[in-house]
Ligand binder design. Structure first.
Ligand code: GLU
Ligand code: ZN
Length: 318
């Protein structure tokens, strides 16, 4: 406990803020902003503004092997050109390693983690597929590997249902032990896993509401479980339909979704707004950015977002 208190002080940044709503947009700088990430930025932003809350931007550059030079600045430049106004400073996960380390040490003290030397290859023959890759069958959980052997750190899961009510998708839950297995919080290469970083940072930034893509819905029970283990608070969650192409691929940097251009910002914003089930008036796409934001902030309604896993986008946007 002592380590935790020392290394992560202050645990929460916004302790003294009176705003009851703190939202965030947390892009990974693996490429420029594309239409898929614009949807998450827009929904999280409008929901924060509707609640007169704060909207923070966090650069999720924790997976350093996937970061692309210049992408973080490029994303921020595009957000700015589109008229997004974030509160406070940008938080970079690469500067948060002490906090992740302290959280991991807290889990070690509680005997909730163990060293795992299994390679993907080792698991292929013995593990069953789950909702998120192979279900780790707990091979190393009682082996007590010495520290000098190259290893990942896994969190012991419990055989229990973890359920929550998503503001868009409704009730969702699963049993992390049965559906995922003990999962990695620090990788073999020494990098902390997204699941740990996101939970520590959501707490640090005092996030009360998480609005993000459907692809992270099945990560949420793991994050809630981690929050319980670390005695952190659980924000409200809302997961948005994913933009997919006619072949069913998610628009992402991996599928080479095109960067959104800054010169037709209003047109792209209107498309993202409509994608989210929101009502617009004719000609809004040709209006000024200011007019769009005025319309969007006064008409935004989270209840209109279709509770669908994904929505196929017209070809033009792909
Ligand atoms: N960094 C993640 C992404 O770009 C988002 C994580 C989150 O919102 O929790 O997909
Ligand atoms: Zn193992």
């Amino acid at each position: 406990m002592q380590t935790w208190a020392r290394a992560t002080w202050p645990l929460r940044l916004n302790m003294s803020e009176s705003s009851p709503y703190i939202g965030r947009f947390a892009p990974s700088p693996t490429g420029p902003l594309h239409f898929g990430s614009l949807i998450a930025a827009l929904a999280s932003y409008l929901e924060a503004r509707r609640h007169h809350g704060r909207w923070l931007v966090r650069m999720e550059d924790v997976d350093e092997l996937r970061n692309v030079a210049g992408a973080a600045d490029d994303i921020l430049f595009t957000l700015e050109a589109y008229g997004f106004e974030w509160d406070g400073n940008i938080l970079y996960q690469t500067r948060r390693k002490d906090a992740y380390q302290a959280a991991m040490e807290q889990l070690m003290e509680q005997d909730l983690v163990y060293r795992c030397t299994c390679s993907r290859r080792d698991l292929q023959d013995v593990a069953e597929p789950g909702i998120h890759g192979l279900i780790y069958p707990g091979i190393c959980s009682r082996l007590h590997h010495p520290e000098h052997v190259e290893h990942a750190i896994r969190l012991r899961t419990q055989d229990q249902l973890i359920e929550f009510t998503d503001a868009v998708m409704g009730i969702y839950g699963h049993n992390p032990k049965q559906d995922v297995g003990d999962f990695i919080i620090r990788r073999r290469d020494g990098l902390f896993a997204y699941q740990l970083a996101v939970v520590v940072d959501d707490e640090y930034q005092g996030i009360t509401h998480v609005v993000r893509g459907y692809d992270l819905l099945d990560s949420t029970p793991r994050q809630i479980y981690l929050q319980h283990c670390l005695h952190l608070s659980t924000p409200q969650y809302a997961h948005l339909p994913l933009a997919i192409n006619a072949r069913g691929d998610k628009l992402s940097k991996q599928t080479q979704a095109p960067a959104i251009e800054t010169r037709n910002a209003t047109t792209m914003l209107v498309k993202a707004f409509r994608f989210l089930g929101q009502e617009t008036e004719n000609g809004l796409e040709h209006a000024s950015l200011d007019t769009f934001w005025q319309w969007a902030t006064s008409h935004w309604n989270m209840d209109s977002i279709p509770p669908q896993q994904s929505i196929i986008l017209p070809d033009k946007l792909i």
